[in-house]
Design a protein around this ligand. Structure first.
Ligand code: AMP
Length: 356
C-alpha cells in the first residue's frame, strides 16, 4: 500500500484499555473508525465504532473482526501467535509480527538488542532450576530474575542479592521460563518514544525521565536532566531499533542512564505510558503519530513546545482530580474505568511547567 488509508476506513485495535482509547480518539480526529477487540472491559470501546468482545483464542471472532477492518494495530504485546495467523489471512498488521515476536520474550529481545551492538544488562537464560548457578555466574549478583513472557509493571520479577537467594527468587516465578539480568546501577531511567512511517522516515520525541513507584510508572518529566549528547544517543538508539525491525508505528524504548552511557532495558512495540506528555507538549502527540505511521501519512514533527510533567493517577489518586483540574496548565485525562482498584491506572494529568 502506498496511498494513505482512505478517510472512513476502519482500523482494528487489539486491546481495549486506555492506550486503545486514546488511539481511537486520535484515529477519529483523522477521519477513521475504530473496531476494538477486547475480551474484558474496554474503556476504548466507549469511544469506538465497534467492539468485538471475545477471547484471543476465539478464532472465528478474530476472523470476523479482521474481515471488518482495513488495517489492524494493537495496544498491548501479548497477542498469541495463532491469533496473529488468523488476522494476517485477510488484513495487514502494523507494527508487524516480527516486532511482537522479538519484544514478547525478554530473552529474544535482549539477544536482538545485543546483536545490534547496543548495551544491555548482562543476561542469561534460565529454563530449569539447574540453569540457575550458571546464569548467576554469568550475570553476577545482585541480579533480577524475570519471566521471559507476560511481565508488566514490574510483575514476574524477583531480586537476587546473593547466589544463595537464587532458588527462592526463582521459585517465586512459579516455574515460568526466565532470564537472569545483572543489576544495572543507574542514576536515572529515561524513555524515548519514536515512530517510523511506512516510507521508512523516523521521527523521535525528546527523551522523558521516568520515576516508578512499586514497579508502576508514576511520573514522566521532559526535558530529562541529561546532557545533550545523551539525549542524542537515546534518539539514535531508538532509530537503530526501529530501522533494524523495519518497523511501522510508534515504539517506546526504556533506557538506564549509567556512568558508562545508556543501557537499553526494553522496548514496547506500541504507544507508551511515558509518552503521554506529548499530548500537551507537541503539535502531534504519540497517538496521532502512531495512526499517521500505520495509515501511511507523513509523520508529525517530534519537536516539543513545552516542558511537561506527566503524572499517572493510580488507584485512589483519581480522587484528587477536582483539585488537579483547578490548577492552571493541567490537562486531565480519565480513562472511564468504573471501578477504582489499588495499582490500577485510572487516568493521568499533563502539567505544563514552562515553554520549551
Ligand atoms: P522492566 O519490567 O524490565 O521494565 O523492569 C521494571 C523496573 O525494574 C525498571 O523500570 C527498573 O526500575 C527495574 N529494573 C529492571 N531491570 C533492571 C536491571 N537489570 N537493573 C536494575 N534495575 C532494573
Amino acid at each position: 500500500m502506498t496511498e494513505p488509508l482512505a478517510p472512513g476506513s476502519t482500523l482494528g485495535i487489539l486491546g481495549g484499555g486506555q492506550l486503545g482509547r486514546m488511539l481511537a480518539m486520535a484515529a477519529a480526529r483523522l477521519g477513521y473508525r475504530c473496531h476494538i477487540f477486547e475480551p474484558g472491559s474496554a474503556p476504548a470501546a466507549d469511544v469506538a465504532h465497534a467492539w468485538t468482545q471475545a477471547a484471543y483464542d476465539d478464532l472465528d471472532a478474530l476472523r470476523g473482526f479482521a474481515e471488518s477492518c482495513d488495517l489492524i494495530t494493537y495496544e498491548f504485546e501479548n497477542i498469541p501467535a495463532p491469533a496473529l495467523d488468523v488476522l494476517s489471512e485477510t488484513t495487514p498488521l502494523f507494527p508487524d509480527r516480527r516486532a511482537l515476536e522479538v519484544s514478547q520474550d525478554r530473552l529474544t529481545e535482549k539477544t536482538f538488542l545485543a546483536g545490534l551492538g547496543l548495551a544491555t544488562a548482562p543476561f542469561a537464560p534460565i529454563d530449569t532450576p539447574a540453569d540457575l548457578p550458571t546464569a548467576l555466574a554469568a550475570t553476577a549478583t545482585p541480579a533480577i530474575l524475570k519471566t521471559r513472557r507476560f511481565g508488566y509493571d514490574g510483575k514476574g520479577q524477583a531480586r537476587v542479592m546473593t547466589p544463595e537467594d537464587g532458588a527462592a527468587a526463582l521459585a517465586s516465578l512459579e516455574g515460568a521460563p526466565a532470564i537472569a539480568e545483572g543489576f544495572v546501577r543507574f542514576s536515572r531511567e529515561i524513555s524515548v518514544i519514536a515512530a517510523r512511517g511506512r516510507d521508512g522516515t523516523v521521527s523521535a520525541y525528546d527523551p522523558g525521565e521516568n520515576v516508578h513507584e512499586d514497579g508502576i510508572l508514576s511520573t514522566t518529566t521532559v526535558p530529562a536532566a541529561l546532557p545533550l549528547t545523551l539525549r542524542t544517543d537515546a534518539v539514535l538508539i531508538a532509530s537503530r531499533i526501529l530501522t533494524a525491525l523495519d518497523y511501522v508505528g510508534v515504539m517506546g524504548v526504556e533506557l538506564f542512564v549509567t556512568p558508562d552511557g545508556l543501557v537499553v532495558n526494553e522496548f514496547a512495540p506500541r504507544v507508551h505510558n511515558s509518552g503521554h506528555w506529548t499530548q500537551v507538549g507537541c503539535a502531534v502527540d504519540q497517538f496521532e503519530q502512531h495512526i499517521r505511521a500505520i495509515a501511511g501519512w507523513p509523520l508529525g514533527n517530534g519537536a516539543r513546545h513545552a516542558n511537561v510533567v506527566m503524572e499517572n493517577l493510580i488507584g485512589e489518586d483519581v480522587a484528587r482530580v477536582a483539585s488537579l483540574a483547578a490548577e492552571p496548565g493541567v490537562q486531565v485525562h480519565l480513562y472511564g474505568k468504573a471501578e477504582t482498584r489499588p495499582g490500577r491506572k485510572m487516568g493521568h494529568v499533563n502539567r505544563v511547567t514552562g515553554p520549551a
